[in-house]
Ligand binder design. Structure first.
Ligand code: M6R
Length: 615
């Protein structure tokens, strides 16, 4: 939610900031803005509602000189997305500018106090309160900007990553974080700051991940200084090498990031599996499990917590762990778990799943689980994000940067890692027999090729999408392992085409949603040849006999379904527990093409942001 970027060096800050904002646009695109500190000590602000391209139009022809600047792309929380609420926000005197990702929870109280001291507010944002507070402290205490920032942050409740500049100091950039990410890129005589490493790639591979309650002081020509917010003492600086390439951030010939990411899945799953299936498909090695064998052997229960698509992966994880580890498993929305007084102890393992590793509710769920003594394991994509740094142990899915807001390759990466984890823990606990372990591992080892095969339905699905782009409502049905696949298919369609879609367990449909079915409401039914195939056939018939059109996702070679469903899409045959991986491919493509047919912006759907760092 919201992306911030900053630059200090000898190049024109504006160009670097605009490029950085474009890479961070997946975090929000309601408005964008820059603040530049000119060499002659002037502060120039340009901001505009809408995407970064709007900001570029507004700023074209304007003076955008300066070698120090901060910028922001917004996902609105406080106040509607308009020019006034766009960041950067500026203090009353016009001397201090600030960009912020997060939320200031006690902003109303602080605003009231500041208003009593004569401060006037232009925007409805919580952020403006912070910049005014910094100025108020600086003026009343006659202190430096750094001291004022620190003092102000001690008064603030909430989550933030901020960057602050001052008009009459073109040589200083101050940043700070608490519960929102912030990375500092250390270059040759130039320094970059950003919400994630993507704006930094191509300039330097030396990065510092700021920790919670740390302030970074970046002075032109001096090494970066990091201080503890509480005692002002210098913190140890850990410069890490960034493993991210420019090619990973580009569309690589595809029209959109989402399509690129769908088609990348054979190679991302290859990366995800690399070195993890060993001994001729008879053993899994996941360092996070291997190093904590005792924990996994003695655990009495596993609880999976996540949001959105990651929660759908968790539902599949539940079945995998139940089937292969034969132990109790629960799945919770992180947002419900954190306020649900969960009963946990040191015999519990909590597995948090998150692509971004920054989702606020998932982070809070982790903190709570840790406080209650549970062992917390993270499954994450973004290396170095807050979640992998907070959990006790974990596994990266290694699928590379996912830029399309609708998650695709991260979902299949998460399901793959959950499969590996369930098999590994199952073997450790003696809960899985060798033959099953070998059969599943052999098929999983080949999953990149199988997905390549599954992607061949692309032209067929594209054609089919034209027939269904008219629909206003969709039902997605699945059973067993593929009930979560149905939920995920429906979510994909909703978020990028804005068509209402409901995912449902196929057998539950007759307890209510069946009333919705008519010839205007198509159903997508996931019906691979698995243990529940005969059952789902009845569900297909129930839809058909009420006039509903059915698109059935079936295993290759299933010709019988042609007589019942209106359209069949074939997927390669795999063991039952792997069917969500292959069945999700045509569902991703169907949602994609329907959205494209409707002229929607699939990479940046309205109202959404890639990483949800607010409650
Ligand atoms: O980064 P996370 O996996 O924690 O994100 C969770 C959800 O916000 C995310 O999966 C969201 O639902 C996606 N837009 C779905 O495509």
């Amino acid at each position: 939610m919201c992306g911030i970027v900053g630059y200090i060096g000898s190049n024109r800050a504006y160009d670097i900031l605009i490029q950085g904002l474009k890479r961070l646009e997946y975090r929000g695109y309601d408005s964008a803005g820059v603040a530049l500190v000119d060499c002659d000590g002037k502060l120039k602000i340009h901001k505009s509602q809408g995407k970064v391209s709007n900001l570029e139009s507004i700023a074209s022809g304007a003076n955008v000189e300066g070698h120090l600047g901060i910028a922001h792309t917004r996902w609105a929380t406080h106040g509607e997305p308009n020019d006034i609420n766009a960041h950067p926000h500026v203090s009353q005197s016009g001397m201090i500018a600030l960009v912020h990702n997060g939320t200031i929870e006690n902003y109303a109280v602080l605003k009231k106090v500041l208003m009593e001291h004569g401060y006037e507010f232009k925007s409805e944002t919580d952020t403006e309160v912070l910049v005014q507070l910094i100025e108020y402290i600086k003026l009343t205490s006659s202190c430096t900007l750094l001291e004022a920032v620190r003092e102000a942050l001690l008064q603030v409740e909430g989550a933030y990553a901020i960057a602050v500049v001052e008009q009459n100091d073109p040589d200083t950039l101050i940043v700070a974080r608490k519960s929102s990410p912030l990375v500092i890129g250390v270059g040759e005589n130039e320094t970059f700051i950003a919400s994630d490493a993507t704006p930094i790639v191509g300039y330097t591979d030396q990065v510092i991940y700021l920790k919670d309650n740390e302030i970074g002081v970046i002075r032109r020509g001096e090494p970066v200084q990091v201080l503890s917010m509480f005692n002002n003492e210098p913190s140890t600086i850990n410069i890490q090498k960034l493993k991210l390439s420019l090619a990973q951030l580009e569309k690589g010939g595809y029209d959109t990031f989402m399509l690129k990411e769908i088609f990348e899945q054979p190679s991302t799953l290859r990366d995800c599996l690399r070195g993890r299936i060993v001994d001729n498909c008879r053993r899994v090695t996941l360092s996070g499990v291997d190093l904590n064998q005792e924990r996994f052997k003695t655990a009495e229960r596993i609880t999976l917590v996540a949001c959105g698509t990651s929660w759908h992966a968790a539902l599949i994880g539940k079945r995998l762990i139940q089937d292969f580890c034969k132990m109790p498993v629960e799945v919770e929305y992180a947002s419900e778990f954190r306020y649900g007084n969960p009963v946990l102890n040191e015999k519990d393992i909590v597995i948090s799943i998150s692509q971004s590793g920054e989702t606020a509710d998932t982070l809070a769920a982790i903190e709570l689980a840790k406080a209650k003594g549970a062992f917390v394991y993270g499954i994450c994509n973004v290396v170095g994000a807050s979640i992998p740094r907070t959990t006790d142990s974990g596994t990266y899915i290694h699928v590379g940067p996912e830029i399309g807001v609708a998650s695709t390759k991260a979902f299949t990466g998460q399901v793959t890692v959950l499969t590996l984890l369930a098999l590994s823990v199952g073997q450790l606990r003696g809960a899985i027999d060798d033959a099953t372990l070998h059969e599943v591992l052999a098929a999983l080892d080949k999953i990149p090729e199988t997905i390549e095969e599954a992607l061949k339905v692309d032209p067929e699905v594209k054609k089919l999408s034209r027939i269904f782009s008219y629909a206003h409502n969709f039902l997605y049905l699945g059973r067993g392992y593929n009930y979560p696949t149905a939920l995920e298919g429906a979510l994909k369609l909703k978020e990028i085409s804005y068509i209402h879609a409901e995912g449902y367990p196929a057998a539950e449909m007759k307890h209510g949603p069946i009333a919705l079915i008519d010839h205007d409401m198509p159903s997508v039914i996931i019906a691979p040849s698995d243990s529940l195939y005969d059952k789902i056939i009845s569900n297909v018939q129930q839809v058909k006999s009420r006039g509903g059109a059915v698109v059935a996702i079936v295993s290759k070679g299933n010709k019988a379904m042609n007589d019942i469903a209106d359209f069949c899409i074939e997927i390669p045959e795999v063991p039952e527990c792997l069917t969500p991986l292959v069945a999700s491919i045509p569902l991703q493509l169907l949602a994609y093409y329907i959205a494209v047919n409707k002229g929607k912006d699939v990479d940046q759907p309205r109202n959404l942001a890639k990483s949800v760092t607010v409650e």
